[in-house]
Ligand binder design. Structure first.
Ligand code: HEC
Ligand code: HEC
Ligand code: HEC
Ligand code: HEC
Ligand code: HEC
Length: 425
């Protein structure tokens, strides 16, 4: 999918041009529909027979309601609302996904607002790719993407007028819209075009290049295999379900892609389904030490991946003495719920990016500490004589509390999720 020369500027111009064209098409469609309503009104010569007029209007409305969904939508600026009548499940799942809400995240808006105008436009190119709306991604953002100009920085090429892309050769289209099989839709290159960020400061995300060299890629598992499955993060078979609920056209059963694309910013229960089990944790005794080892169990990319500069993934180690008193030796949160290296100088393990200076927008040095698939990291803790049990847990927090404070955001960061736990008696 990567073209030999990847002229960013030209690509962005094309995107903007398509945006302009999109707005023009939308206006034309709107004008056309207003014109149609007017001529209908004239043809019915309503003014002389008010009662019949009302009855006719009612019938017209019923007719319009019944037929509206089958009006061709392939050349209009179709947003998710245009798909809801026939694809209610996909539309509902998309609506509560981070994709549909990509432009209104609290942390996103706060960080974006600290940057200059040209950087804001850069942020918007992924978080609000549909020009002229305040929404995040729409159905079109993926189902009209047909290629890229290089797999990073939102350099997508959209076909705004052709049939919608399907991942199934057997999809024949419908009166409402054409469909065609397009290999770009289910590819990791589609996802990677936005999920690979080469931005200012610490705005660096590399899931796509990590995936390219991953064990998952070698066995043919793509981003969608794991993130569109009914078990977030695991490539399990997808359930069969009606592709569409359209009374006017046949809708066969097809494998259902979970359009929530669950991520760590979703509700805690969904986020836990993705995160729990992504690492294994062991503690073993070596003389008078406890050695704690964290091993990544993610085969698709690093742990963590994506926007690591705002996340926290760290090891907490505590000891319990014979009276049941718990002491956190490493990875404790302070009274303000902020995470910092242990003041005692005890070893500690953190897997999110280390930034200097601390704000993602200002950082000039970014140290990546994430684990590659199956990679391990260990730390050694001395065990005091009175220790009865050593406990360890690997904790994930989708936002760092200190970043929230630095940006003046009120309220606590989300509760940490325990990705893995272990105990040594
Ligand atoms: C009037 C009903 C109707 C509307 C509105 C509609 N669709 Fe469809 N769509 C269908 C039907 C019926 C099919 C099944 C045809 C087939 O795939 O053989 C379908 C198929 C699809 C497919 C291919 C299914 C597959 O298995 O790969 C995609 C993708 C799709 N629609 C997306 C959309 C999007 C995006 C919108 C809104 C922009 C939309 N549809 C609006 C009725 C509709
Ligand atoms: C083999 C399954 C698998 C594949 C393939 C895979 N992922 Fe993941 N992904 C996971 C798991 C498990 C997690 C949760 C653990 C983690 O954060 O790494 C995750 C987490 C994520 C996150 C949340 C960020 C984080 O780490 O906090 C993003 C974003 C993501 N994946 C994007 C992608 C993209 C983009 C691709 C394709 C280039 C992809 N994934 C391929 C399994 C997979
Ligand atoms: C982030 C990208 C993305 C967005 C946004 C998106 N889709 Fe999809 N959609 C996909 C991919 C990828 C597939 C095919 C996956 C496969 O089969 O490998 C798909 C498949 C489908 C299918 C075929 C049946 C299925 O479940 O696989 C339908 C229908 C569909 N999408 C409708 C929609 C509608 C309607 C919207 C908006 C409400 C939407 N999609 C938004 C990526 C997206
Ligand atoms: C047009 C750009 C774009 C495309 C294409 C895209 N994404 Fe995303 N995706 C985003 C953005 C932006 C976010 C972050 C939204 C937010 O602010 O939380 C996101 C969030 C996610 C998350 C949730 C992470 C979280 O923060 O909770 C997952 C999982 C994900 N995408 C997977 C995919 C997969 C799989 C594909 C390919 C089918 C894909 N994305 C295609 C832009 C895109
Ligand atoms: C090339 C595409 C792209 C660009 C440009 C981009 N992002 Fe993102 N952003 C993403 C994706 C994809 C995710 C989801 C990754 C994950 O969950 O790990 C994301 C997630 C985030 C998140 C975490 C989710 C949330 O909403 O809280 C924040 C904050 C964020 N981005 C801020 C920014 C800011 C600020 C800019 C501009 C300086 C920016 N991004 C530019 C693609 C992009």
């Amino acid at each position: 999918m990567r073209s030999a020369k990847a002229p960013t500027r030209a690509a962005q111009n094309i995107v903007l041009l398509t945006g302009g064209r999109l707005a023009a098409l939308y206006n034309t469609a709107l004008r056309r529909s207003i014109r149609n309503t007017n001529s209908l009104f004239q043809r019915c010569s309503f003014r002389r027979q008010p009662m019949r007029v009302l009855a006719l209007l009612f019938l017209c409305a019923l007719f319009a309601a019944a037929c509206a969904p089958t009006a061709p939508i392939q050349d209009a600026a179709s947003s998710a609302a245009a798909c809801a009548s026939c694809h209610p499940d996909h539309t509902r799942d998309h609506a509560r996904s981070r994709h549909a809400n990509a432009a209104n995240g609290e942390l996103y808006r706060a960080l974006r607002d600290t940057t200059p105008n040209n950087t804001r436009a850069f942020c918007d190119s992924c978080h609000r790719p549909e020009v002229g709306t305040s929404d995040g991604l729409s159905c079109d953002s993926c189902h009209r993407a047909v290629a890229n100009f290089g797999t990073s920085n939102a350099r997508l090429r959209w076909d705004r007028t052709g049939p919608l892309s399907s991942a199934r050769a057997e999809s024949v289209g419908t009166p409402a819209h054409g469909t065609r099989f397009h290999g770009f839709l289910p590819s990791s290159e589609l996802c990677g075009t936005c999920h690979e960020v080469e931005g200012p400061g610490a705005f660096r995300e590399t899931p796509y290049t990590e995936w390219q060299r991953s064990p998952a890629a070698r066995v043919g598992d793509t981003c969608v295999s794991c993130h569109g499955s009914p078990t977030p993060g695991r490539p399990t078979p997808r359930p069969m379900a009606r592709a569409a609920l359209d009374p006017m056209a046949p809708s066969p059963d097809r494998p259902r892609t979970d359009h929530r694309f669950v991520g760590p910013d979703d509700d805690p229960e969904s986020a836990a389904r993705l995160l729990v089990g992504s690492a294994t944790l062991t503690i073993r005794r070596e003389g008078t030490d406890a050695v704690v080892t964290v091993t990544s169990a993610v085969s698709g990319h690093s742990l963590p991946t994506g926007v690591r500069a705002v996340r926290e993934l760290w090891l907490e180690v505590s000891t319990v003495d014979r009276l049941g008193r718990v002491t956190v030796v490493s990875g404790a949160l302070d009274g303000d719920q902020e995470l910092a290296p242990p003041p005692s100088g005890a070893p500690w393990i953190a897997l999110h990016d280390e930034l200097s200076p601390g704000l993602p927008t200002e950082a000039t040095i970014v140290r990546v500490r994430a684990l590659e698939p199956a990679q391990s990291v260990s730390a050694r803790f001395p065990i005091a004589a009175e220790t009865a049990t050593v406990r360890a847990r690997l904790r994930y927090r989708s936002q760092s509390q200190s970043l929230r404070r630095a940006l003046g955001l009120r309220g606590p960061a989300p509760e940490p999720i325990d990705v893995a736990t272990a105990e040594l008696l």
